[in-house]
Design a protein around this ligand. Structure first.
Ligand code: F6R
Length: 235
């Protein structure tokens, strides 16, 4: 039930991913679950260049840094505006509210948004360690939206984007693994050698909290788009 498509590069992956979105919209999808990071960029380029209309649709993003508002250039909300929303506005676009420092309120509000807007198609990137969203290894597979403490390596990797070390987010709000698995359809995309081990573990390894993406094996409708390098450790 994992439909694996192998493409030559990110550009071809963008076209293949676009096709999954177009088919879902033709089949009546109204709520799109979206992701940030480098992986979705070529899909968003194809969506922006297309004549698809999102003005009657709703988008729901996976995650956001705590402490960054939508207008902060390093926020995931801002990323979405730059890569998709400015060119293709949705009727409603939801991203966890990073400006709300009350984690219980922010996460339960987001769970209510997801419950009111069940996700038809959820786009995911894959972490090198098998994470999806900010769900790192060890996350409860039934988790809903929750506050995540960023790892020291993530904080260090992000520091270069900020003027002041105090501004680097220490926490994020993320949909849980359980929230992601409720989507009707899932599209997960991975490119490059650095993702190859996580891809093999996701598709061919045991279902385990050590590899959050392995829970996708339990979902009935998953499409995986990989380039040759990311597919290189599959049997
Ligand atoms: C992004 C997200 C992350 C990324 C993952 C891969 O919203 O939730 O799980 O999808 O870290 O990142 P890239 O695509 O930059 O390799």
């Amino acid at each position: 039930n994992m439909n694996v498509q192998i493409v030559s590069d990110k550009q071809a992956g963008g076209k293949a991913g676009f096709q999954v979105f177009e088919d879902a919209l033709q089949n009546g999808a109204k709520v799109l679950g979206l992701a940030t990071g480098s992986t979705p960029v070529t899909i968003y380029e194809q969506l922006v260049a297309s004549d698809l209309d999102f003005s009657q649709l709703t988008s729901v993003n996976l995650d956001e840094y705590v402490g960054l508002s939508a207008d902060h250039p390093q926020s995931y909300h801002y990323f979405m505006q730059q890569h998709l929303f400015n060119a293709k506005p949705f009727a409603h676009s939801y991203v966890p509210d990073g400006a709300n420092l009350d984690a219980a309120a922010a996460t339960s509000a987001y769970d209510q948004i997801i419950a009111a807007n069940p996700i038809d198609l959820q786009l995911l990137g894959l972490g090198k360690n098998g994470h999806i969203g900010f769900n790192e290894p060890g996350t409860d597979p039934e988790s809903t939206t929750h506050k995540v403490t960023l790892t020291e390596s993530t904080i260090e990797a992000n520091a270069r984007f900020f003027d002041n070390a105090d501004e680097v987010p220490r926490y994020a709000y993320s949909m849980g693994i359980g929230s992601i698995l409720k989507a009707k359809q899932i599209l997960i995309v991975a490119y490059g050698e650095a993702k190859a081990a996580a891809v093999a573990a996701m598709i061919q390894g045991p279902v385990t909290p050590d590899v959050p993406a392995s829970y996708l094996q339990t979902h009935p409708n998953v499409t995986v788009i990989l380039d040759d390098a990311a597919a290189s450790q599959l049997d």
